[in-house]
Design a protein around this ligand. Structure first.
Ligand SMILES: [Fe+2]
Length: 320
C-alpha cells in the first residue's frame, strides 16, 4: 500500500475534544466502570497462522521526525526505540480480515460507552474471543508487529487494554476518539472497514512532540491524516509519544481492532500510568491488573510470567 501522508485540509480539527488529564482524569477514574464481558463466542471462526500476510511492509516515520531527540528515547541492546509510525500495511490476508471482522461484529453487544477517550468500545477482546487471543499470540503475527516496531514485542500483560475493539456509527451521538496520547508505547490499529463504508472517521495525528501539542493552532501542517482508507489498512503507532484522534463518523459504520504490546526488554520503562488505565476501566478493575504487571517487572527473574501464553521474539528474530 502506498504511503500518501496528507495534510488535513479541513478546519476545526482542534475543536475536536481532548481527553481529560490531571484532576479531570481522576474524576473519570472515579466514575468509570469496566464494561460487561461475554463469556464466549460459540462457533466463532478459528484462527489460522496462514491468516498473517506474507510481506508486512510499509513506510516508516521516526520519532526524531516528530521532534524527539535520540537521547530522550528508550535504548539498549544496540538499538534506539525510535519508530513513530509505520503504515499503512496489510497484516492479514483477505480471508483473515473477513474472519476478524465477523468476530468483532459478534462482540459488539459487549461494547460499553465511555467518556474518557473512545466513545464505544470492547475492552479485553482477547479474553472473550479465542480467535483474537490466538491471533495476537501467533508467532508470525508477533514477529510482523515486532519488525514494524523495531523491538521484540509480546501482547501487553495488562490484559484489560490489550485488545480493544472500537465501534463508530454515523447516527445519534457522534462516535469519536478524542485527542489523546496512549498509555501504551506500542499500538497496532487494524481497520475493518474502508472509506466506502463510512464518512468522517479520519485517523488524525500531530507530527510533533506531545508537549508541543498544547500550543498548536488550526491549520498547522503538522496536523495530519493517516492514509487508512482501505479496508484492512493497519497502522503501527508509538502511541504514548503521539497525539492522535478519530474524527466523528457521520455516515455508515467503522470498526477497528486496537492491539497494545509490551517490550519485555524495556519492561521497566513502560510508559503506562495507573490513572490513565483507571480513567478507562475504573479503579477496582485496575488495581489487580496493575499489580500483576508491576510486581514481576520489579524482578527481572520474574519476566517469564509476563510472557504467559506468548511466543518469545528476540532481537535476533527481528534482525533476520
Ligand atoms: Fe490511541
Amino acid at each position: 500500500m502506498a504511503m500518501a501522508r496528507t495534510r488535513h485540509g479541513n478546519g476545526g480539527l482542534l475543536n475536536h475534544p481532548r481527553t481529560a488529564t490531571g484532576f479531570d482524569q481522576l474524576f473519570h477514574a472515579l466514575r468509570s466502570r469496566r464494561p460487561p464481558r461475554v463469556a464466549e463466542l460459540p462457533g466463532e471462526p478459528r484462527w489460522r497462522a496462514e491468516f498473517v500476510a506474507r510481506r508486512v511492509e510499509g513506510p516508516r516515520i521516526t520519532l526524531q521526525e516528530f521532534g524527539y531527540a535520540s537521547h530522550e528515547l528508550m535504548s539498549g541492546y544496540g538499538r534506539v526505540d525510535d519508530t513513530a509510525l509505520v503504515g499503512p500495511v496489510r497484516i492479514l490476508t483477505p480471508e483473515g480480515l473477513d474472519c476478524l471482522a465477523e468476530v468483532c461484529d459478534r462482540l459488539e453487544p459487549a461494547a460499553g460507552a465511555s467518556r474518557f477517550i473512545t466513545t464505544r468500545r470492547v475492552r479485553s477482546a482477547d479474553v472473550m474471543s479465542a480467535f483474537i487471543n490466538n491471533m495476537i499470540r501467533d508467532r508470525a503475527f508477533l514477529l510482523a508487529c515486532s519488525r514494524m516496531a523495531g523491538v521484540p514485542l509480546i501482547p501487553h500483560p495488562l490484559r484489560i487494554p490489550t485488545a480493544q475493539i472500537n465501534y463508530f456509527e454515523g447516527r445519534g451521538r457522534p462516535e469519536i476518539v478524542k485527542w489523546h496520547r496512549d498509555g501504551m508505547d506500542y499500538v497496532l490499529t487494524i481497520q475493518l472497514d474502508g472509506y466506502e463504508d463510512y464518512d468522517g472517521g479520519r485517523f488524525t495525528y500531530f507530527q510533533g512532540r506531545t508537549d508541543d501539542f498544547r500550543g498548536v493552532r488550526e491549520g498547522d501542517p503538522r496536523l495530519r491524516e493517516a492514509p487508512c482508507g482501505e479496508r484492512g489498512a493497519t497502522l503501527f503507532l508509538h502511541g504514548s509519544r503521539i497525539f492522535h484522534a478519530v474524527t466523528p463518523v457521520t455516515r455508515g459504520r467503522r470498526v477497528t481492532l486496537v492491539v497494545s504490546f509490551f517490550c519485555p526488554y524495556f519492561a521497566r520503562q513502560d510508559s503506562n500510568t495507573f490513572w490513565h488505565l483507571a480513567a478507562d476501566d475504573g479503579i477496582p478493575a485496575t488495581i489487580p491488573n496493575w499489580l500483576r504487571l508491576k510486581w514481576p517487572v520489579r524482578d527481572p527473574a520474574m519476566d517469564f510470567s509476563l510472557r504467559a501464553g506468548s511466543p518469545v521474539i528476540t532481537w535476533e528474530d527481528i534482525r533476520a
